[in-house]
Design a protein around this ligand. Structure first.
Ligand SMILES: Nc1nc2c(ncn2[C@@H]2O[C@H](COP(=O)(O)OP(=O)(O)OP(=O)(O)O)[C@@H](O)[C@H]2O)c(=O)[nH]1
Length: 318
């Protein structure tokens, strides 16, 4: 019959075996941050056997660990008996372990949650701490994948499919934002609206797909004229809007004339046919007399209408 001592020894033996094979990293360190225990998970992922790391300081083994954070936490663990946690979202990892999962946006290192708990000695004092390392790479990669899909969806919902410019809804919300910013800062901003002249004739004469190509190439020329801060959108079928940030009427006029001339000299080649066309442009600079972003839009549209009335292929301001 095994006595009590044998039973306990057996249980202890099992426990050590289980901790060795657990899919969680276990590290015991002393007050000098010297490693006392290093389980199988740690051995597998670090490539270092326990006898290689035992007695060595973490800082010596891994100089690249977040030691400032670790020192702060360990000092509280040893003085107050606190616990400490680090999630992969706060800091991706504590132990720089490689992983064979493809990860975007980070070197191929394992994402980790780490918990550190104080270990009471037989004398009732905390002289050791246990670090538990959880591999969170699957969760992190899934979350990143989800975020990438959501970002893509958000981008699609803002974008006009034909031109890849902002669609009307998003562009108008940018216009409203610019109007609000102007009320705070008073900086000069101009709105440029333009429309392809006699576009109906393009569709009727060359077919709807040719019309689409004209719209697409117009947006390409427009994009090449823009600064990174400018906000361009497809407002309607063949009407476009551009918000020129921190640009006065002289700057807007320069932009509009350049765009108008580039389109005038450009011809779209579509299935062996050459399509030349022009645009009419209206400009309005934001001022105190404009009472809303809709008002701003209306005034730029009125200027555009004047360009049409006066013979097209020209720029007018309100
Ligand atoms: N191909 C194509 N045509 C479009 C699209 N959206 C609108 N249209 C056409 O654009 C034409 C616009 O015609 P109108 O508003 O009469 O203007 P316009 O012929 O350009 O004449 P003006 O603006 O007065 O110079 C219509 O025939 C619409 O069907 C589009 O996405 N693709």
């Amino acid at each position: 019959m095994p006595d009590q001592h044998d039973k306990e020894f057996n249980e202890f033996h099992w426990m050590v075996n289980m901790l060795q094979t657990l899919d969680v990293g276990l590290v015991v360190i002393d007050r000098q941050q010297q490693v006392q225990l290093w389980n199988g998970f740690m051995e597998n992922h670090s490539g270092m056997k326990p006898d290689v790391v035992r007695g060595r300081q973490l800082a010596e083994i891994y100089p690249e660990m977040p030691h400032d954070w670790l020192n702060r936490q360990l000092s509280m663990i040893f003085t107050l008996g606190n616990k400490a946690f680090s999630t992969w979202e706060q800091r991706p990892y504590i132990f720089p372990f490689h992983t064979y999962q493809p990860i975007t946006g980070q070197a191929d290192l394992m994402y980790q949650n780490v918990t550190i708990i104080p270990l009471l000695g037989l004398d009732g004092r905390v002289n050791h701490a246990c670090m538990m390392v959880y591999d969170m790479t699957d969760a992190a990669v899934n979350k990143q994948g989800l975020k990438a899909a959501n970002d893509e969806l958000a981008m699609i919902s803002r974008t006009d499919a034909l031109t890849r410019l902002f669609n009307r809804g998003h562009w108008e919300s940018e216009l409203e934002k610019t109007y609000r910013r102007y009320q705070r800062t008073g900086e000069p901003h101009c709105l440029v609206m333009f429309d392809i002249d006699h576009f109906k004739k393009v569709n009727d004469g060359f077919g709807h797909p040719a019309g689409d190509e004209v719209i697409r190439q117009t947006s390409r020329i427009l994009r090449a004229c823009l600064r990174v801060t400018d906000v361009a959108g497809r407002y309607g079928g063949e009407e476009f809007g551009v918000i020129l940030i921190n640009t006065d009427i002289a700057g807007a006029n320069f932009f509009a004339e350049r765009l108008r001339k580039q389109i005038e000299k450009h011809a779209v080649n579509y299935e062996g046919q050459s399509i030349s066309y022009t645009i009419s442009v209206g400009i309005c600079q934001l001022s105190q007399t404009i009472h809303s972003h809709k008002d701003w839009l209306e005034k730029a549209d009125q200027a555009l209408y004047r360009s049409k009335q006066n013979g097209r292929n020209q720029v007018s301001h309100s």
